[in-house]
Design a protein around this ligand. Structure first.
Ligand code: IPE
Ligand code: IPE
Ligand code: MG
Length: 226
């Protein structure tokens, strides 16, 4: 049976969740942050899952209204500061991906601090994609390799922010697109799209997805054994 080692999630639908309840969009982001905590703790306790990559802010999300972007930045900083004891308690290593140089120096400091403080933890790597876009990641990787000759797949992989193939890629919120997420690493991921809006996503639904995933015949271009 397949092992769900690396799960990646496009956490979509926060705004619609709030709007449907007559609340401001930002309330959806707050509710979404609680779900991040639950899902992360579940994954840390599941021995098969070693990495959880969560799309939190894309390189395209700067196009949103200034106030929403500012709220998301503040929420992220608050979340990381609040979460540090939980990361340590649950043995979770925090590893951001994306180009965080675009963030305020205070937010960058918090991100680096939590990364440093949790670097010895090994129950789960929680990787938040922050100012992340796969195109941006691949271009930065090429720039790191620009003086090298005969670039191999391995060299390119090592120059990326996320260096591990995705096993399960989930998108909540009903849309069926990748929105510039892990284009290289998801080359052979099993894709799961659910209409559930992110603030309503539960560990139960994740368990159902994992059960389905385990039964899939992953051929990677070869032939099945049957
Ligand atoms: C995902 O929810 C969270 C971020 C992109 C930060 P959205 O904010 O995209 O919610 P919808 O898709 O508008 O409902
Ligand atoms: C993808 O959601 C990005 C994150 C979840 C952080 P979006 O809501 O930004 O994606 P689009 O605009 O529907 O493609
Ligand atoms: Mg969205």
């Amino acid at each position: 049976m397949n092992k769900p080692k690396h799960i990646a999630i496009i956490m979509d639908g926060n705004g619609r969740w709030a709007t449907a309840k007559g609340k401001k969009r930002v309330k959806g982001h707050e509710a979404g942050a609680e779900v991040v905590r639950n899902i992360t703790e579940y994954c840390a306790k599941n021995e098969e899952i070693t990495r959880l990559t969560l799309y939190a802010f894309s390189t395209e999300n700067w196009k949103r209204p200034r106030l929403e972007v500012e709220f998301l930045m503040k929420l992220l900083e608050k979340y990381l500061k609040q979460e540090l004891p939980n990361y340590l308690k649950n043995n979770i290593r925090f590893e951001p991906i994306g180009d965080i140089r675009a963030f305020s120096s205070s937010l960058q400091k918090t991100i680096k601090h939590v990364k440093e403080q949790t670097k010895h933890c090994d129950a789960l790597v929680q990787s938040l994609a922050l100012n992340y876009g796969a195109h941006n990641e691949i271009v930065r990787a090429f720039n790191k390799l620009k003086n090298k000759e005969n670039i191999t797949e391995e060299m390119l992989y090592n120059a990326l922010d996320c260096k591990e193939d995705v096993d399960i890629l989930i998108r909540t919120g009903g849309d069926k697109r990748l929105s510039n997420f892990l284009l290289w690493q998801a080359a052979y991921a099993e894709l799961f799209f659910t209409d559930t809006l992110w603030p309503d996503f539960t560990t139960k639904e994740l368990e159902k997805i994992i059960t389905k995933f385990k039964k899939i015949e992953r051929r990677f271009g070869g032939l099945n054994n049957g």
